[in-house]
Design a protein around this ligand. Structure first.
Ligand code: AMP
Length: 573
């Protein structure tokens, strides 16, 4: 039995080396020594996902539960915990500090008492995830409290990070995959394939140890990674690449993977979370309109603004009415997140389902069949009312026409797919090309910044952006940009902004407006959280526009005009 202390030491070592290969070596050495039951949980622990998306279990521990458990286990006043948190910004270090104060002379593991094992910690996490109903809050706290009362400071550091599933040791999915392949002498491709099919790193590790990786396949009721699309370089180039393509609308909605097992239906989101309870009309539509005993279906749900469908549980034929438009993306997210009063929201935000692929049918995986055969099977089992329309053509004119129709209807663009391609779980490749209009970039003023965390604590990790209100000369914020930046770029930017700091409040800084960032984004959304009333979705830094002065920044009027122009959407939301 491997102690949790050994795992905590591994995490500390991994955290302290900076090279990816060194990290992988350390993890591989650790995994190679575990027995099968430990191996089924440790890879998830390392990635900070205690429960695989196969299990439907959710830890449900937020900072407040964590700190209450710590306070109780160590008799530490909550105010002290809050001030430690302000000082370190790291829940793991807070936990280590609190536990350290509780037992200055030693802890169980030092004085030869019972040590926590990896399996025991996992059992406690299971009890936390299973806690439900009125007493669930208490049950979660009691289990965590037990763990903290047994833990050494180092163990407490990683118990806390695991509880909130944020490990910060710099090893993600790819790193753990490589470590498994190294530990058990399997090829990285085989490990990746197995993981994309099962989404369970523990299962993959155990199978790698047994040498049975190739036996893993699609499993009904367990989500598999979704196939993804690459950005095409326009219709002619994409068709040149593909020859004859399966042309479909790129619907403006949210991805769903639907598992039908007899009369039982489960729906998973793009992030492979189980969202079945939030989408009752999709469950009913699948039960009523899929003629298969078992199937895994891939598609998009779209929220429709003025639906011609009478009730949300009753699907009409999948012709989109003239007056129907997709609602803004946030509306669908509201549906996905809603746990209570789902029926009421379903009336306000009705959803339509468009199926475009089939992964599994009547007991068998069909991922290795070409798209055109999967589509034929899909057409056999699914009522036409649920099918995404598809046209096979190599003509740029035909594709242009479908593209125009999709944009006119308020959707995102086109998907051009290779009809001979297999379904490649988790892969973003040339067999699915997306075509969509390029959003114009915005030139925005950097008005604030935030220090990074962990490894990036000494770097400014994200930047607050503002647009200009010409009448007043004020800068109105439109959100933060954090992505698109390498450590090296961040360190240059940090140097540049150090001289512009106006005030520092905790982790956040106010900056003298002097620098313009050119920012790309996926969409502009209305947002009450920012003084402009708008926010950028998925912003990323394109360039630092040293050549531009603040007066040349984009105005709030331009933000509003772009918001209105995006994809001809009705801007009711
Ligand atoms: P993106 O999110 O921009 O990478 O585009 C890929 C996403 O487009 C998929 O994950 C789906 O959610 C969505 N999508 C909409 N229509 C289709 C379609 N006909 N085929 C595949 N994906 C689609």
């Amino acid at each position: 039995m491997t102690s949790f202390l050994k795992f905590a030491k591994l995490c500390k070592d991994v955290e302290s080396v900076s090279g990816t290969l060194e990290k992988i070596d350390l993890v591989a050495g650790f995994l190679a020594e575990l027995d099968e039951s430990e191996l089924s949980v440790a890879p998830g622990f390392i990635m900070g996902t205690v429960f695989s998306s196969r299990s439907d279990l959710v830890m449900g521990v937020g900072p407040s539960i964590l700190y209450e458990a710590l306070a109780r286990a160590c008799g530490c006043p909550p105010e002290q915990i809050s001030s430690m948190l302000r000082a370190t910004g790291d829940p793991g270090l807070v936990a280590a500090g609190v536990v350290q104060r509780r037992k200055p002379l030693g802890f169980a593991s030092f004085i030869g008492g019972e040590q926590l094992s990896i399996s025991e910690v996992y059992q406690r996490f299971l009890a936390i995830a299973h806690a439900s109903g009125k007493r669930s809050h208490d049950t979660k706290i009691k289990n965590l409290q037990f763990l903290f009362s047994q833990a050494s400071p180092l163990e407490a550091q990683y118990i806390a990070r695991l509880a909130i599933e944020d490990m910060r040791i710099g090893v993600g999915e790819g790193g753990v995959r490589d470590a498994i392949s190294k530990a058990f002498g399997m090829s990285a491709e085989d490990v990746e394939r197995a993981y994309n099919l099962t989404n369970d790193m523990g299962l993959v590790a155990v199978s790698a140890k047994r040498g049975t990786l190739s036996e893993l396949n699609v499993i009904l009721n367990h989500p598999i990674k979704m196939m993804l699309a690459q950005l095409g370089e326009g219709i002619p180039a994409a068709l040149q690449e593909l020859g004859t393509a399966a042309i479909e609308w790129k619907y403006d909605g949210a991805r769903v993977q639907i598992h039908k097992d007899g009369q039982k239906v489960r729906i998973f989101s793009r992030r492979l979370e189980n969202v079945t309870a939030s989408l009752p009309e999709i469950v009913s539509a699948v039960k009523a309109n899929i003629r298969a005993k078992s199937a895994i279906l891939d598609g998009e749900v779209v929220a429709m603004l003025r639906p011609t469908v009478a009730t949300p549980v009753n699907f009409a034929v999948n012709e989109i009415g003239q007056d129907e438009r997709p609602m803004a993306f946030q509306e669908i997210l509201k549906r996905f997140r809603r746990k209570y009063n789902v029926e009421k929201l379903a009336v306000q935000i009705p959803l339509r389902l468009f199926l475009f692929d089939l992964i599994y049918l009547d007991g068998k995986s069909v991922i290795d069949q070409p798209l055109k055969d999967r589509r034929a099977l899909l057409e056999m089992v699914a009522d036409p009312s649920l099918l995404a329309k598809q046209v096979l053509s190599n003509s740029p004119e035909v594709a242009e026409e479908i593209y125009r129709q999709a944009l006119d209807a308020g959707h995102e663009g086109l998907m051009l797919k290779n009809p001979s391609s297999v379904y490649a779980p988790g892969k973003r490749g040339k067999n699915w090309l997306k075509i969509k209009p390029v959003m114009e970039t915005l030139d925005l003023v950097v008005i604030g910044a935030k220090w990074g965390e962990g490894r990036r604590a000494s770097l400014l990790g994200s930047y607050r952006l503002g647009c200009l209100e010409p009448e007043t000369g004020m800068l109105l914020d439109v959100g933060w940009v954090a992505t698109g930046l390498t450590d090296e770029a961040l360190s240059d930017l940090t140097e540049m902004f150090k001289g512009l700091i106006v005030v520092e409040k905790g982790m956040e800084l106010e900056l003298k407006p002097a620098v313009i960032f050119e920012v790309a984004y996926e969409e502009i959304q209305k947002s009450p959280n920012y003084s402009s009333g708008y926010a950028l979705r998925f912003p990323r830094l394109v360039a630092v526009r040293d050549d531009k002065s603040i007066e040349e920044a984009d105005t709030i009027e331009r933000v509003i005009a772009l918001y209105k122009a995006q994809r001809g959407r009705n801007s009711a939301s």
